[in-house]
Write a protein that binds this ligand. Structure first.
Ligand SMILES: [Ca+2]
Length: 310
């Protein structure tokens, strides 16, 4: 039994790894990849996704370009991995599949309408919010959203906010308010699954163009790692965890909680307020990942990449 999924992302080397996992995992049927502005400008994220799908060797997975800017706020520009990238635009060895004609929001809607689709996101939630605004009935047709973003503790972009949510807080508020079952993977909940030297070695050992591409992406992420005051010791794997948890929720420890996105705070704009204890008296709207089984995450990651290589 495979679960149909759509992956909405903003590659980004970490997103590219998540695309490879989504394409290769034995428990997932990757129906489409949609992209938008986020980590990089919208044309670049679409092209990077198209390169990654081509490199996966999987045929017939449409890749769409989408949102060029957030719904309300001005666009943020990432300071890292913008030019130094395993998806460098000046690499003639990287082929890309052709882009789908549809806007990402349209492709999300069309895929969701076919039923029972899980939407996995590893970027800002602009495209998904646009799709839900255009067609509110999609709320009944999307089975689940598995989204990497937010934090219950410190932010990674401002003191209060995490990057993916901060890029488009209004979109995130729409998605969390849509009544769709959500699995939230906040960065603090994902921190204990790291890109360890042994993970890179196992990925490299897969061999072939896919294995070496994935290992190159992993190494490029490690090169950006700056340890924080409260850990973790290794660069977290982050984005690939989203499709892995979509395929197998037992990789994570999940706790139901109320998640709201701060839209009015002067110092806390874009913060995910995660109410584990139900202090606000509002019902939970998400299952929140509070920790991962690192060993099993690593094994599932390598298995998914290895399936693409064979
Ligand atoms: Ca991303």
């Amino acid at each position: 039994m495979t679960s149909p999924i759509l992956h909405d992302c903003d590659p980004g080397n970490d997103d590219a790894l998540a695309i490879l996992v989504a394409a290769g995992h034995a428990g997932l049927d990757l129906r489409a990849v949609t992209t938008g502005a986020g980590h990089l400008a919208w044309e670049r994220t679409a092209r990077n996704a198209a390169i990654t799908v081509a490199r996966s060797g999987r045929r017939g997975i449409p890749v769409a370009a989408g949102a060029q800017a957030p719904l309300v706020r001005e666009r943020l520009i990432a300071g890292v991995l913008d030019l130094e990238s395993a998806l460098d635009p000046n690499r003639p060895d990287l082929e890309a599949v052709g882009l789908d004609r549809r806007h990402s929001a349209e492709l999300i809607a069309e895929t969701a309408r076919k039923g029972a689709t899980t939407i996995v996101t590893t970027g800002p939630l602009t495209n998904l919010a646009m799709a839900l605004r255009r067609e509110p009935e999609l709320s009944d047709q999307i089975q689940r959203i598995v989204t990497l973003g937010g934090a219950w503790g410190l932010g990674n972009k401002t003191a209060a906010a995490e990057w993916n949510i901060l890029c488009d807080p209004e979109a995130a508020a729409i998605v969390f308010g849509a009544g769709i079952p959500v699995t939230l993977i906040p960065v603090d909940g994902a921190a204990n699954a790291g890109i360890t030297p042994s993970l890179i070695t196992s990925t490299e050992a897969i061999g072939g163009p896919v294995g070496s591409f994935a290992a190159e992406l992993l190494r490029s992420l490690v090169s950006t790692f700056q340890p924080g005051l409260f850990g973790p010791d290794h660069m977290p794997l982050n984005d690939p965890v989203a499709p892995l948890v979509a395929a197998d929720p037992t990789l994570a420890r999940l706790v139901p909680a109320r998640v709201d996105v701060e839209l009015a705070g002067k110092f806390t704009y874009g913060r995910t307020v995660i109410d584990f204890a139900g202090r606000a008296g509002r019902p939970p709207n998400a299952d929140v990942v509070i920790g991962l089984d690192e060993e099993r995450v690593h094994r599932a990651f390598v298995d998914a990449i290895a399936r693409l290589a064979n």
